[in-house]
Design a protein around this ligand. Sequence first.
Ligand SMILES: [Fe+2]
Ligand SMILES: [Fe+2]
Length: 305
Amino acid sequence: MTQINDTSRDFRLDQEYQPQKFFKHAVYNHWDPYEDVPQQLLVDDREKLVDHGLTRDEFEEFMNALALFGAGEEAVTEDLAPLMAVLEDVNDQMYISSQIYEEAKHTQFFDRYWREVVFPVAEELGFEKVYPTDQRFFMDGYVSLFDKNEAAMEKLHEEDTPENRAEAYCHYHLTVEGVVAQTAYYGFESAFSPRADDISAREYPDLEGLIEGTAYVRSDEGRHVGFGMFKIQQLLEDGVDEAVIHETMTDLLPDVYDIFEGFELLFEADALVDYASEKFDHRMETITDTDHELPPVERLVEVER
Ligand SMILES: [Fe+2]
Ligand SMILES: [Fe+2]
């Protein structure tokens, strides 16, 4: 409770500090995972998928992509709590509280989608009703990536050093959120919305419920990635060696590729892997370019879109 009577500050909060701006942005852009994606859009998604007559294999890939998302959101929700415990600045704590809340909302949206779209579609098309926790969905790279994430977080508990913090941000904010999730949104939008740079492997209906839900998720993720980049840049300025960032991210890259390589019916796997690789390079360049300044928060979300 040392901060209560900390007289080195005048006001309690620093309104000019980037994470405090992210917090404000999060409050302004609040959305409700139960109501803001209208029920009717999910009913429409359901009908379109049934009318389209997805094959069993296509449906399996569709479930797989959603299951990976749901599990990822849950993992981040769970594993961010330790980061909250080590951050001592109240502005950072406020930001992380908004991120944990948002990850919980993302987990909620994907759970809702499974109950209201995936299960009814399976029933209508006569396919097996598989739960999103089924182990068949989780390829080795995915399991390995999240195991490493958890280990990075554990390490923070044991030894809270600047290097270990940098590793934690590299795992969560840069790789899981900044590369894997961004690539997955791109794949979803390609397959299920009318976008121009289409990498879907076949024709699929436009699923407005799914796309609207992921658009909300995605705009939150813009802030999350922005926070991670901001903290890593701070750590580099404070003397953390750039090699720590490079080695950590490079170590995770084969796992990232493994996640996308197996898809063949919904998306062109090669195009997804290329996109992930581009995102990865872009993150690395932005982080390690000392002249590069993060765009203002209003633009950061657009940039990530
Ligand atoms: Fe999320
Ligand atoms: Fe996130």
